[in-house]
Ligand binder design. Structure first.
Ligand code: MG
Length: 289
């Protein structure tokens, strides 16, 4: 299933994409977090609604929001989880590459989360070094603590595309990433959550990022240093993962700040983030809003 949160005539709904249409699932759950918390029962009820033909409206007539518009807590992010990206990052700072031997984890504020076509705010008084990081997003379904690697995938609800948009000037200025990773609109997500059953091998998906149609990143999730089971096992050690938690699994090489010369987003640019088997985010860079 491709599960969406959408606005139609001013009302927020959840639904499922079926062909070119949208089937309303608001009767199953009032919002995506509740649907995720319902677990297998929620998905069974959603499947029943879809099979009962439903009342599909054309997909192009609804406005897609972030699948989880207001996450319960911060988006958890892996840093330097692709070796070639780690190498480009150290090289850009004139340092020798250090491949992480343990996951590097930081978070993005819930208020950074935005939808698949939402503009990325641009205010040069705040940052002039806005950069891209296309990533596979994992949404947790079943809560768990101390999850063994072998059982980790059972805790996955589904997947979405994320861009871990980064204000490099803010990120590099401090000793923590949080501020530079958390500006409003700096976490486009979606366009939908593809449920786990529809994507049996998330460890081999092409990840691409384009700026104004020019490919900047082209990698595959098979290049992750710590794969999804390893990430879930690590994060859940002594810390409960909750339904609806979002994990951004790291980005392949090709980010802007590591290019020669460095490249950053400018007003009017269009940032596209795509993952094979999931879909595309298309976010324009705006001025103030
Ligand atoms: Mg990232």
């Amino acid at each position: 299933m491709k599960l969406i949160t959408y606005t139609q005539q001013g009302h927020v709904h959840i639904g499922a994409v079926q062909g070119d249409g949208v089937v309303d699932l608001t009767a199953v759950a009032p919002n995506m977090l509740t649907l995720i918390e319902m677990g297998a029962d929620g998905l069974a009820q959603a499947t029943a609604v879809l099979q009962a033909e439903g009342t599909a409206v054309p997909l192009h007539t609804v406005h897609l929001r972030a699948p989880i518009p207001i996450p319960r807590r911060n988006v958890m992010c892996l840093g330097l989880n692709y070796a070639a990206h780690a190498a480009e990052s150290y090289s850009a700072r004139g340092q020798a590459t250090v491949i992480p031997t343990a996951p590097i984890v930081f978070t993005k504020a819930t208020t950074a989360v935005s939808g698949p076509t939402d503009p990325i705010p641009y205010d040069p008084a705040i940052s002039t070094e806005i950069d891209w990081e296309a990533e596979l997003g994992v949404v947790i379904g079943l809560a768990g603590k101390n999850i063994p690697t072998a059982a980790a995938m059972q805790h996955v609800f589904g997947y979405m595309v994320i861009n871990d948009v980064s204000a490099r000037d803010l990120q590099m200025r401090g000793k923590q990433y949080f501020k530079g990773k958390s500006l409003d609109g700096h976490c486009p997500t979606g366009p939908w959550i593809v449920t786990r059953d529809e994507l049996p091998d998330p460890g081999n998906l092409r990840v691409t990022c384009r700026v104004n149609g020019v490919t900047k990143q082209d990698g595959t999730t098979s290049q992750m240093i710590f794969d999804i089971p390893a990430i879930i096992a690590y994060l859940s050690r002594g810390m409960t993962l909750l339904p609806g938690d979002i994990i951004a699994t790291g980005t392949p090489q090709g980010v802007g700040f590591a290019r020669t010369p460095p490249e950053f987003l400018r007003p009017g640019d269009v940032l596209e983030s795509e993952i094979e088997g999931i879909g595309v985010l298309r976010n324009p860079v705006n001025g103030n809003r």
